[in-house]
Write a protein that binds this ligand. Sequence first.
Ligand SMILES: [Zn+2]
Length: 374
Amino acid sequence: MNQYKTHLMVGIISIAAAVILIIVAGKQFRQMHHDEPLFPSQFLTRTIPLSEFNKNLQDTPGDATIYCFEGNEPGGNVLIVGGTHPNEAAGFITAYLIIENLRVQQGTVYVLPRANHSAFTHNDPQEGHPQFFTIVGKTGERRFRYGSRNTNQVDQWPDPEIYLHFPSNQKLAGNETRNLNRAYPGKINGTLTERVAYAIVNFINTEHIDLAFDLHEAAPEYPVVNAIVSAGRSQELASEANIELQFEDLYYSIEPSPYNFHGLSHREWADFTGTYPILLETANPMQGRLRGKSAASLIMTGLDPMYLKAAKLGVLKVPYDNAGIPLNLRVGRHVAAIAKIVDVFSRNYPEHAIIVSGLPTHDDLITLGLGRYF
Ligand SMILES: [Zn+2]
């Protein structure tokens, strides 16, 4: 009888512990489904749901908000896409910063900060990634989600053994079927990721976007970092902007979009729309295979002792020292490159000029920090 009571007690305690764990974990998972509030600048003129460009996205976790800033003077149209990969903080934080600070005098700027909206709703716990990180802004702490590279499997499942890209039939690993930056030009009634890609391409065509940016980050040992990636028609523009950035002591490598690698934004936006596509890449140790502890602070500081060792061994593609590669510097590189490329484009195509203000320079972000702009 005593043994029976002991077993019963162990059973009850185990079930109670499991219920507590489920409640705590469930609460944490739920929080990932809430979009953090953004506070657009007073010059926001309207927002548009992405699903307006593919009705098959309506009422799905793939729908997202496009923030639109229209200047008083007519001019060109720019699209800035962040959050293609929500584990690349500088990509979407740059988009958030632009939304909260931008003023457009001439032309129109559209910002899509959570391009893969579903991928913000989960993260990669097997990578030891945190769910959130914090920026101390003007009115206190602001918490941002740190998502995953790919669409949430709750929203798109199961992965095929082999991902066949539409329409090229290029073969990739099955999980790449949930990677937005392998899904372009997309498919109107395809997987959730293909439907998002289709909506973005349709948006670029419908709104006659002249210049389109896709903001990313990658591991410091990856060959394409601190880079401006451009497809054929945008190569001259990228090169001209790069020379002028060098005069400001900002160094980027110019990378051409590969012709035979399908699904990438710069490749397919060039082939399926009339826009000038640009992809920007910064170096982020949190995404690297060589990193040590994956604390939320690493997203902010970019300082990792294992990467210091790697730098000494000469295996990194970027300069790296005790200063790390902090988020304000990575965002500064994105903002500086966007501003310069928009400037050069406006000079070369005055009838499609875009004139903006309100954004910090690279140096502003280094000296004043990110929090000054949030
Ligand atoms: Zn990326």
